[in-house]
Design a protein around this ligand. Structure first.
Ligand code: OXD
Ligand code: MN
Length: 626
């Protein structure tokens, strides 16, 4: 069935349909001045993209069920066997549309230097002239959905509102999981709340009578951010961050710009509450580049008796200095859009339990019994599967059954260890910030920054080995400052400066303590030195005892290290030799890292703040004397 036939009762047959855009269903009854501007904008986008009809999304369960049912009827979703996976669906994308496309992602700030050397810059007028003809008529034959959404609880003091227009029902149902969608948001808009404009088209108009495909998209892709007017325009892709514009486009790239102007931070961070055996609660925000275990840490099950972790968020945190001098954080999202491969019973049992039902899977493999599978879900693969491209698969096929970037989309509330108050509007006060990467060499298991500025210096230096083949070669690191390299909406050097400014808003004795962690250090024999996963709670235990002043630390040229006797290693075998290697600081190698930092800072044409250059000089001074 063509999408144009979705609503035959109200719209008449496709052949009889006039070319004029019609509105489907209830026009929102919400009144207020803000609605006038919203309607005018929706009309403007419709006049450009020429959809067959407009659907104002109300966020109701009935509406969601209807969209899912229709996508199943159209062959766009496969309904999974409800006996194994109730309320769950599998989508298979076009093989050319499987990930965020960083090379096609642009920051169109008025001035090139405001995008900085780590972003693709485009002149706003030029890129508008390029993409406007692409959007012209791009929704023909399709429904244009208008999705009002809130990042953070609706009306909350740290929350922000956006509206996405999209011609993808798959995007609508994903946004429905990842954000708060619906009429409450319209009421905020009607009342005058500011909202961010986001426009999405898969770029696959349908001619009258033309059959639709399972995953419409276009070979040409543009994901364009206009930070000066707070807009996002995304064309050609239906996948993840390219299509759920609330996530990376709004909650990180655009929000980082809003945060710069308003004095807060939009970060690529998980958020957890850690509860010690005495019942004391601490909040930790942690930034790791993609594929470094953020979701695993967000859903940690401590191996030390008496400790508990409650999940607050797994990907994005918005942090704002409070009047009390502490840093307060919310997770602006309402769901998890996690990478499936590597998520399994032994690595992240909480995630596996979260996915019991009501989940949209994309590009994972299908089992003959109508359930899903991906590499790492179980140790033994099933004997037979249908792979992510719909082809028969056996363990001998010699290729992965699930795409390496296959995903699950599921409501945060479904996580068995979600904090009861995970969507409290005021958020939680942060006690510690962790920066991590995947480093086989050099970076110790944990290092504490001496103060906020040193912590910002550490954050600006996060890096990860690109592949296993390159591990151990200092020169072949991918720098990913604050894990924000693909997500910072403005010049990263200015962003470092903004971090320093936010620090000045905090009371010196209430600012979060900053730590660098590395679960991935290897010995000279290539073995991981640290067991990781649930045992990372042992590092968190040390961090919390540092915060409480219960343990001392060893001063090193790169920061404060644990006395190895202070790490709780009860119940695990880590030899003294491995511990020594885990915390070894090789001054020569660190001096080479310092050279790389200098090289990196120099790419910003003098914009890196002086206090960070001073940190670099001090680091070199300490290393030369080590
Ligand atoms: C994500 C990412 O999808 O970081 O969260 O790529
Ligand atoms: Mn992420």
């Amino acid at each position: 069935m063509a999408l144009a036939d979705i609503f035959p009762r109200t719209e008449g047959s496709a052949a009889a349909r006039p070319t004029l855009t019609r509105t489907y269903g209830e026009l929102p009854t919400v009144q207020g001045e803000g609605m006038v501007a919203l309607r005018a904008w929706v009309d403007e986008i419709a006049a450009l993209t020429r959809p067959a009809r407009i659907h104002w999304v109300d966020g109701s369960r009935a509406e969601n069920d209807m969209l899912l049912r229709e996508m199943v009827d159209e062959g766009k979703l496969i309904k999974l066997n409800p006996e194994w996976r109730p309320g769950s669906y599998l989508a298979r994308s076009h093989p050319s549309d499987v990930a965020r496309t960083e090379a096609r992602t642009f920051i169109a700030s008025e001035r090139e230097e405001d995008a900085g050397p780590t972003n693709n810059w485009a002149a706003p007028e030029e890129i508008r002239a390029t993409i406007t003809p692409l959007f012209a008529g791009s929704m023909k034959g399709r429904t244009m959905y208008v999705v009002p959404f809130s990042m953070g609880p609706v009306g909350g003091p740290l929350s922000h509102i956006g509206v996405q227009v999209t011609d993808s029902a798959y995007a609508v149902t994903s946004i429905g999981i990842m954000t708060r969608v619906g009429t409450d948001v319209l009421r905020e808009i009607a009342g005058g709340a500011h909202w961010v404009k986001t426009v999405h088209s898969v770029g696959a108009p349908l001619q009258p009578g033309q059959a639709d495909v399972a995953w419409p998209c276009n070979d040409e892709k543009y994901i364009v951010h206009f930070p000066d007017t707070l807009e996002v325009w995304s064309y050609g892709s239906g996948y993840g961050g390219n299509a759920i514009l609330a996530k990376k486009c709004f909650a990180l790239r655009i929000a980082s710009v809003i945060g710069r102007d308003e004095g807060w931070l939009a970060e690529h961070m998980l958020l957890i509450r850690v509860i010690d055996p005495a019942g004391r609660a601490y909040h930790i925000a942690a930034a790791f580049p993609s594929a470094c275990g953020k979701t695993n840490l967000a859903m940690l099950r401590p191996t030390i008796p008496g400790w508990r972790v409650e999940t607050l968020g797994d990907d994005i945190a918005w942090l704002r200095p409070g009047e009390d001098g502490r840093l307060w954080a919310i997770n602006p999202e309402a769901g998890f859009f996690g990478v499936a491969p590597g998520t399994g019973q032994s690595t992240n049992v909480t995630a596996v339990e979260t996915l019991w039902g009501n989940t949209i899977f994309t590009n994972v493999a299908l089992r003959p019994d109508g359930d899903v599978w991906w590499e790492g879900l179980t140790d033994e693969p099933p004997a037979q599967l249908t792979d992510w491209e719909g082809k028969p698969w056996t363990p001998d096929s010699g290729r992965p059954a699930a795409h390496p970037n296959s995903r699950f989309t599921v409501a945060a509330a479904q996580c068995p260890q979600i904090a009861d108050d995970w969507d409290a509007p005021q958020g939680v006060p942060i006690d510690a910030i962790l920066f991590g990467g995947r480093r086989a060499t050099n970076v110790p298991l944990v290092v504490e920054a001496t103060d906020w500025t040193h912590g910002v210096f550490m954050g600006s230096n996060i890096s990860s080995e690109k592949t296993a083949a390159q591990e151990g070669t200092v020169g072949e690191l991918r720098r990913d400052p604050f894990a924000m390299l693909p997500f910072c909406g403005y010049n990263m050097a200015d962003y470092f400066g903004h971090w320093l400014k936010v620090g000045q808003q905090l009371r010196f004795d209430r600012a979060p303590r900053v730590f660098q962690v590395n679960w991935f250090r290897k010995g000279t024999d290539g073995r991981f030195l640290w067991p990781g996963f649930g045992d990372n709670s042992r590092v968190i235990d040390w961090i919390i005892r540092r915060i409480e002043g219960e343990v001392g630390a060893v001063e090193s040229p790169i920061g404060r290290l644990p006395h190895s006797a202070d790490l709780d290693l009860d119940g695990i075998e880590v030899s003294q030799a491995d511990l020594d290697e885990l915390f070894a600081v090789d001054a020569q190698l660190w001096l080479r890292e310092a050279d790389l930092t200098e090289e990196f800072y120099r790419t910003f044409d003098g914009r890196v703040p002086a206090p960070l250059w001073a940190e670099l000089a001090a680091l070199r001074y300490r290393l030369q004397r080590a």
